[in-house]
Design a protein around this ligand. Sequence first.
Ligand SMILES: Nc1ncnc2c1ncn2[C@@H]1O[C@H](COP(=O)(O)OP(=O)(O)O)[C@@H](O)[C@H]1O
Ligand SMILES: [Mg+2]
Length: 267
Amino acid sequence: MAPMIEVKNVSRRFGGFVAVNDCSLTVEKGSITGLIGPNGAGKSTLFNMVAGNLAPSSGTILLDGQPIGGLKPHELFARGLLRTFQIAHEFSRLTVLENLMMVPDGQPGENLLDAWFRGRKVREFEARVREKAEEVVDFLQIGHVKNELAGNLSGGQKKLVELGRTMMVDAKVVLLDEIAAGVNRTLLNDLAGNIERLNRERGYTFFVIEHDMDLIGRLCDPVIVMAAGSVMMTGTLADIQADQRVVDAYFGGSPTGHATNLPGATA
Ligand SMILES: Nc1ncnc2c1ncn2[C@@H]1O[C@H](COP(=O)(O)OP(=O)(O)O)[C@@H](O)[C@H]1O
Ligand SMILES: [Mg+2]
């Protein structure tokens, strides 16, 4: 396998505080790679740098072999690196299909609305985008809610729509930051099944931050453990659960304390 994402000696400081500290890791093409670690470990900061939302203080990040330093999120989006976003407030009054149809069509600035104002070939363009959106709801098996307003969906259904938005363009790699939070078990199962199918059938690579160890165990290999801004270990979830350093990192030096997100606590 070749690397899809390579993070090389990346650091990020906030004032005098080092949130990500000389961090190096690889996400292989075709993998579903997990990223876990105690709160404050630097996981979201690392994701923000990979997604172009935050500049590294130092170090290099490569996407499919190309350096991505200085690229904006929409430029990375056009190169196939996507992260899911919560459905924005103003989209809650659009239907599921309409939400999918609003996703930019690969080129910066081009979306259904721009095409509408351009006034030419509007019908063909809309038909093409609508057809794609219908295909996405079929794949995700959410056809029964496609005409519902997004604001009326359950938390888990919203996550499926967020995942669906990544399918409107040709994604190579999708970043997921804590998608399981607040999602009921049934929908979590649907979500996990769809992630597996996108990986196996469409070749998506996933890079997943998650606290839910059941989900990590089902989906992710390898799993990367971050602590205090750096990678502590990489391995299968079983390797990680057997490692005393990881247990210590989660307990934060207090073996009698309760760590709800300890790997294995829910397994
Ligand atoms: N914009 C910011 N300004 C200052 N400190 C920040 C900022 N973003 C994150 N941090 C700090 O960096 C550390 C890592 O945060 P984060 O990346 O969110 O960790 P995680 O996602 O692993 O819980 C935390 O101590 C957090 O308070
Ligand atoms: Mg976080």
